[in-house]
Design a protein around this ligand. Structure first.
Ligand code: DCP
Ligand code: MG
Length: 351
């Protein structure tokens, strides 16, 4: 099977951007996040990871683990700009690029006879032109490409070919299986399943009973079967913002998050000139129970004000007063506003 899909993930993204802006930070333990006592770590550079600090950890806890930790306030606009620079370079290498987050994407290199050379060239160019290192994984499907990019972080490049499968995965922890959430992992660990090798010992029916349709996908993916295509951003299905924070049931605080998310979602939609019809609110309670609540509207939504009003209404309808640790909103049933404008133009200028 041809290795044609690359997964790319920028190393310690926000922290690396801050180091580029202020080189004296390099080599010192650094966290990016909210500065207040209630702040959460967005990410840390690799020196700080040695202290056991990681994303979504409260800042006060991170400071306790590493008193010399430097904390820089996160600046999303700056990271978005840098992310755009990186994606623009990547887009030179494949027309078929699917962004998964601010620092992560898949590209399909089916058109190339030399995907390895192309990938190495791309890696060099990103470093030269942006100063950032990325980790890359090349394989014959998305699941394995993602596992490969995670293999030798930072600045890694790993190839997983079908002849390496499935042995290469045996020793990996089940947390490397994309699609297995925290709750599912816990369920598995309770019955003694900790590695992919353990997971391979489970029958398909058993996984289906445990996790439904996702269980079947997991059964297949760890055996190297993943039929998902790289979907170019123009035809993407949804777009969203979500974040972990310190547990709270303070409605004012929760509403302020919705306000922030609505702003970010509106900005992102604008960037791609998209609107949408379905809004989904995601809530994760302190005991890690996740629920989603969707509503579809007859009109196309795109403005910050509109998103905020509708997400507040969804929140009001569905919030049960329990303490939350994560909230998110996402837009689906996306409407390409370019196409709408084009078809109007076409009517006016039929040539
Ligand atoms: N991020 C965040 N909150 C989280 C996780 C991530 O705000 N809970 C932000 C900060 C990260 C960026 O998203 O820099 C990218 O996330 P990654 O998971 O790719 O983490 P990093 O790029 O920081 O590190 P890695 O080298 O492991 O990819
Ligand atoms: Mg990253």
């Amino acid at each position: 099977m041809k290795n044609k899909i690359i997964h790319i993930d920028i190393d310690a993204f926000y922290a690396s951007v801050e180091e580029l802006d202020n080189p004296s930070l390099k080599g010192k333990p650094l966290a990016v996040g909210g500065l207040s006592d209630r702040g959460i770590v967005a990410t840390v550079n690799y020196p700080a990871r040695r202290y056991g600090i990681h994303s979504a950890m409260p800042i006060f806890m991170a400071r306790a683990l590493c008193p010399s930790l430097i904390v820089v306030k996160s600046n999303r606009e700056k990271y978005l700009k840098k992310s755009k620079e990186v994606f623009n370079i990547i887009a030179d290498y494949s027309r078929n690029m699917e962004k998964v987050s601010i620092d992560e994407c898949y590209i399909d290199l089916s058109h190339s006879n030399e995907p390895v050379n192309l990938a190495m060239d791309l890696k060099r160019r990103i470093l030269k032109e942006t100063g950032l290192t990325v980790s890359m994984g090349l394989s014959y499907n998305k699941f394995l490409a993602k596992i490969a990019s995670d293999w030798k972080k930072p600045d890694g490049f790993m190839i997983i070919s079908d002849s390496d499968m499935p042995e290469i995965l045996y020793k990996l922890d089940i947390n490397k299986v994309h699609g297995l959430g925290e709750m599912s992992q816990e369920k598995l660990r309770k019955i003694g399943i900790n590695t992919i090798e353990d997971l391979m010992g489970l029958k398909e029916d058993f996984l289906f009973d445990l996790f439904g349709k996702m269980g079947i996908e997991i059964y297949e993916r760890i055996r190297g079967i993943d039929r998902r295509e790289v979907i170019p951003d123009r035809t993407r299905k949804s777009m969203g913002v979500e974040r972990t924070f310190l547990e709270t049931n303070n409605k004012k605080e929760l509403n302020s998050y919705l306000d922030k998310y609505s702003k970010e979602l509106a900005e992102d939609l604008k960037k791609y000139n998209l609107g949408f019809k379905t809004l989904t609110l995601k809530l994760k309670t302190h005991d890690f129970k996740t629920s989603t609540h969707s509503k579809t509207y007859s009109t196309t939504i795109k403005s910050y004000e509109d998103i905020l009003e509708k997400s507040k209404a969804l929140f009001k309808e569905n919030y049960t007063e329990k303490k939350l640790r994560l909230m998110g909103i996402s837009a689906s049933n996306l409407v390409d506003l370019d196409t709408i404008q084009l078809s109007f133009k076409d009517i006016k200028n039929p040539d």
